[in-house]
Design a protein around this ligand. Structure first.
Ligand SMILES: [Mg+2]
Ligand SMILES: [Zn+2]
Length: 182
């Protein structure tokens, strides 16, 4: 079974510019593409799971959301990174839908669709709801910190300040896993 990195998008792989309505707002965070390219080559599936409540709130249209995401995928492709699949919750928090993170709905859907081993997978995100989603799904978690959302201590397995630290965390785990199975 394949191992996956479940990725939040806004604030994790690209700059969080609020409710993203314009493709020109898509700006990769430093190091994200290079690190993800290397990880993909090591066999990780890259699965995007994003809450886009701006749609449900009527602040962005579904077409705007699509345009932003298609720019995102193009930018990633241009950097040599293939995103395996992308899943969106477009509901408002008060709609009590079944798919908004921290719900594991989309993570579990991806696991079924792509044969992913959740116990060997990781969730990387910049919010509490990302980390809780990963934990609830039985994944390891990395909280990629930024000034927007204060880190809740003790919630994630690891806290990283940037993508270089994400790479170091995953590499040290790969060594530990290899040693454990040797
Ligand atoms: Mg985010
Ligand atoms: Zn939803």
């Amino acid at each position: 079974m394949t191992r996956a990195l479940f990725l939040d998008r806004d604030g994790t792989v690209i700059e969080d510019r609020g409710y993203m309505h314009d493709p020109d707002l898509v700006q990769l965070l430093p190091g994200a593409a290079g690190v993800l390219r290397g990880l993909e080559r090591e066999g990780w599936a890259l699965v995007m799971v994003s809450n886009q409540s701006g749609v449900g709130r009527g602040l962005i249209t579904p077409a705007e959301m699509e345009a932003v995401h298609s720019r995102f995928l193009n930018v990633m492709r241009g950097a040599g990174v293939g995103i395996t699949a992308s899943y969106f919750c477009v509901h408002r928090p008060d709609e009590a839908c079944h798919c908004r993170k921290p719900s594991t709905f989309h993570v579990e859907q991806a696991a079924r669709e792509f044969g992913l081993d959740l116990g060997k997978s990781w969730m990387i995100g910049d919010r509490r709801s990302d980390v809780l989603c990963g934990r609830n799904a039985g994944c390891r978690t990395i909280w990629l910190s930024n000034p927007l959302f204060p880190v809740v201590e003790g919630l994630a397995d690891y806290v990283a300040a940037n993508w270089g630290e994400v790479r170091t965390i995953l590499a040290s785990h790969a060594d530990a896993d290899a040693a454990a199975s040797a």
